[in-house]
Write a protein that binds this ligand. Structure first.
Ligand SMILES: *Cc1c(COP(=O)(O)O)cnc(C)c1O
Length: 384
């Protein structure tokens, strides 16, 4: 009630995917579940407790607001939480008091951390991010000696929990030279730090793609996002995985099913346009079903005249332009559809399935973007 569509999340798929990821990882490698972007659209408050129930104890987010939501969604506080991106200096007090780990990648944050941790008389759990060639965030390696000196002088209030970097596109073979040279630079820095002997951080560089393509990059911890939701980063990564593991099927399972219902049905005579503009013209008597989902719900406007939905187990065409809050589906060839009939936008119905990836192939959005566009206020329901 009081919503036009809803999203089901499959608990058995979560369990399956967590096991899948554990099987990919070396014995002592920690799995950090990346739940930024509202857990890739699945809903932080819905996904994290499920992941927790199936054994996940390490979570990574982009920013402090997401960290707060993860923290509040997990009641027993046995988890480690890592902020990989944005945290304001004013939020550092909260992070330090709650033992939340966070990246430092520039001096201002490091100095503010030292100052605040000293005042609180607590240790801040920091991960030092190094710039190895992605050219995003991270300390320049030329500054490493000075940086380590500053850290060493402040070990009363700093605990160096991690040394990390991020690979600039391990999902495409075209980036092979770039990411392997990043890894080489990272290992040089690792040697320097290991020789110091005064800290034992976790070294981490890999996301889903690097974890699969370059197992040596798993190091102490991997930050895995997209795989846990049942998707490979790219088709290429899937092919690589299947070839390497001598398998011919992908055993990851999609968590999400997105459903709505028919709101109205009408018959349009031949020779009429449907909806706004002139993009769809009926060349025969056409029955249409209106569906209460449009681009304001994350159903991309680029799926106008392209999208497919399932009704009564049949794949049916979206016709005309996607509106802000509705769209039309051609049901001419299906008998017996009535107002209130279930419509599947993503997921399975009887024998047919609409996967996020097939959907995104023709809308030219990658899985990541399509998932994270699903609005937070569509209710999420946990199913078996
Ligand atoms: C998003 C992100 C990841 C996870 O990437 P996936 O491809 O979804 O596994 C890992 N590390 C960082 C720094 C990220 O921002």
């Amino acid at each position: 009630m009081f919503h036009t569509s809803f999203i089901e999340l499959s608990e058995s798929a979560v369990k399956n995917n967590v096991q899948f990821i554990k099987n990919l990882l070396g014995k002592d490698v920690t799995f950090s579940a990346v739940v930024k972007g509202n857990a890739y659209g699945h809903g932080i408050e819905n996904y994290c407790p499920l992941a927790h129930k199936h054994g996940v104890r390490h979570y990574s987010v982009f920013s402090a607001d997401e960290a707060l939501r993860v923290h509040q969604s997990l009641s027993d506080k046995t988890h480690t939480l890592l902020i990989m991106g944005y945290i304001e200096n004013e939020e550092l007090t909260w992070a330090i008091e709650n033992s939340v780990h966070f990246y430092v990648f520039e001096l201002d944050r490091l100095e503010a951390t030292i100052q605040i941790a000293k005042k609180l008389q607590l240790k801040a759990n920091i991960h030092i991010e190094l710039e190895t060639g992605m050219n995003r965030t991270g300390f320049d390696l030329k500054l490493l000696d000075d940086l380590l000196k500053l850290v060493n002088e402040n070990l009363d209030c700093l605990s160096v929990e991690g040394i990390c970097t991020h690979m600039a596109g391990a999902e495409d073979i075209i980036n092979h030279d770039r990411v392997t040279s990043q890894f080489e630079s990272f290992k040089v820095a690792q040697k320097t730090i290991q020789n110091l002997n005064w800290m034992k951080p976790n070294y981490h560089v890999a996301s889903s793609a690097a974890t699969i393509r370059y197992p040596e990059m798993q190091m102490d911890l991997t930050r895995i996002g997209i795989l846990q939701y049942g998707f490979f980063p790219t088709q290429e990564t899937l092919v690589h995985y299947l070839a390497k593991s001598d398998l011919n099927t992908n055993t990851l399972q999609r968590l999400i099913t997105w459903k709505t219902r028919v709101m109205d049905i009408k018959t349009v005579k031949a020779g009429e346009y449907v909806g706004y503009g002139t993009s769809y013209f009926t060349n025969k008597l056409t029955r249409i079903a209106m569906i209460p989902v449009g681009y304001s719900f994350g159903y991309s406007r680029s799926l106008s005249n392209m999208g497919k939905v399932l009704i009564k187990g049949k794949r049916l065409n979206v016709i005309g332009n996607i509106n802000m809050s509705m769209m039309a589906v051609d049901i001419t060839n299906i008998e017996g559809i009535e107002k209130g009939e279930e419509v599947v936008l993503i997921g399975r119905q009887e024998e047919n399935e609409i996967s996020v990836s097939s959907f995104s192939d023709f809308s030219q959005l990658i899985n990541y973007e399509l998932l994270t566009r699903l609005p937070q206020d569509i209710p999420r329901i946990i199913t078996q």
